[in-house]
Structure formats: structure tokens, C-alpha cells
Design a protein around this ligand. Structure first.
Ligand SMILES: Cc1cc2nc3c(=O)[nH]c(=O)nc-3n(C[C@H](O)[C@H](O)[C@H](O)COP(=O)(O)O)c2cc1C
Length: 175
């Protein structure tokens, strides 16, 4: 299986790294976990399952993640989990529900969509980004919850361990 994520400032990549490590530790010997780069989407070919994430900027997934989502969504016999990182304040959390990811779960194309808190390091931002985060009263700091990340990875591993055949984890509707 593959774990991939789009990230501008690295915080989401670190969540993907952690998910890959936890999955590798939790899954049985029959599984191998690859931490995949989104620059070459062929790495997503022929894998049994994909965990795909993106940082949320201005209420949208990053371009590289959206491209990967389009690439994998029609792949046969593929189990797909999605995650977004974003919320950095109470005000901002309403934006964290990324419509396309939620719609994929509703349509049965993905198993789940999980939203994680993000990281906001204002020293890395350009002036336009600083103005944007000020406007939404975002709180600088690291709002990622590693226990929540680990729990979600273990939850995925448990689902995969129950049904070892390709593309067989139950979704909210068929496809
Ligand atoms: C300019 C800017 C716009 C953002 N827009 C949103 C947003 O619309 N919704 C949200 O939940 N988080 C938003 N965030 C928070 C980021 O998604 C969060 O900081 C994330 O963890 C960054 O991930 P990265 O380090 O992988 O790039 C924004 C952050 C910045 C700097």
C-alpha cells in the first residue's frame, strides 16, 4: 500500500510519514507500506490501498493532491483513505471540510476522510499568507495531535487486516 501527501510547509508530509510508520508496524507481514512522492503518480499503480492527504489552503486541497485524487479514483480494486490538515483556529475549522474529499466518501469512492489539526509557522509565510491567516484569526503553532494520527493509522490497519483481499473494505455505498 502507498501513503502520499501534498504539503507546502512540510507539516502534512510529517503526518503522512507518521501514518506510514504506524501502518508498517501494525500491518501483518503480507503488506508492504510505501511512502510515495506525488511527483510520479505511477507509484500509485498496482497498489492494494492508498492513504492520500493534503494540506488545506483557502478551503481547497493542494493541486498535487487533487491531481492524485483524480488519478486513483477510477483505479480498479483500490481502497482509498483521505486526510486533510488545516484547522489552526476555532474560526478556521469550519473551512476544514473539503467538499471533494467528503463527496468521495459519500459516493463510495473512498473509505473515510479524516481531518487533522495543522501547523502554522508564521516565520515560513510570505506577506500575503500572513495577511490571510490574520484575517481568519488563526493561532500560530503546532496543532497536530499525534495520538489522533496514530489512532487513525491503527484503525486503517485494523480494517485492512480484517479483509486481506484487494479493494474489499466496506464503503458507505457501492461502486
Ligand atoms: C495562507 C494560508 C491559508 C490557509 N487556509 C486554510 C483553510 O482554508 N482551511 C484550513 O483549515 N486551514 C488553512 N490553513 C492552515 C494550513 O492548512 C495548515 O497550516 C497546514 O497544517 C499546513 O500544512 P503544510 O505545512 O503541510 O503546508 C491555511 C494556512 C495558510 C498559511
Amino acid at each position: 500500500m502507498a501513503v502520499a501527501a501534498a504539503s507546502r510547509h512540510g507539516g502534512t508530509c510529517e503526518i503522512a510519514d507518521r501514518i506510514a510508520v504506524t501502518l508498517a508496524a501494525e500491518l501483518s507481514d503480507g503488506w508492504s507500506v510505501t511512502r510515495t512522492d506525488l511527483r510520479d503518480l505511477r507509484a500509485l499503480d498496482d497498489v492494494d490501498a492508498v492513504v492520500l492527504g493534503s494540506a488545506v489552503y483557502y478551503s481547497h486541497w493542494m493541486h498535487a493532491a487533487g491531481r492524485a485524487l483524480r488519478y486513483v479514483k477510477d483505479a480498479p480494486l483500490l481502497d482509498l483513505w483521505l486526510f486533510s490538515t488545516g484547522p489552526i483556529s476555532e474560526v478556521d475549522s469550519a473551512d476544514a471540510q473539503v467538499p471533494s474529499a467528503d463527496a468521495m466518501v459519500a459516493d463510495g469512492l473512498a473509505v473515510e476522510h479524516q481531518v487533522f489539526g495543522g501547523r502554522l509557522d508564521t516565520s515560513l509565510l510570505n506577506w500575503a499568507e500572513r495577511a490571510a491567516v490574520k484575517a481568519v484569526h488563526a493561532l500560530p503553532g503546532d496543532h497536530r495531535d499525534w495520538d489522533q494520527v496514530d489512532d487513525w493509522a491503527k484503525h486503517i490497519a485494523a480494517q485492512l487486516s480484517q479483509v486481506p483481499t484487494r479493494g474489499s473494505v466496506a464503503r458507505s455505498s457501492g461502486r
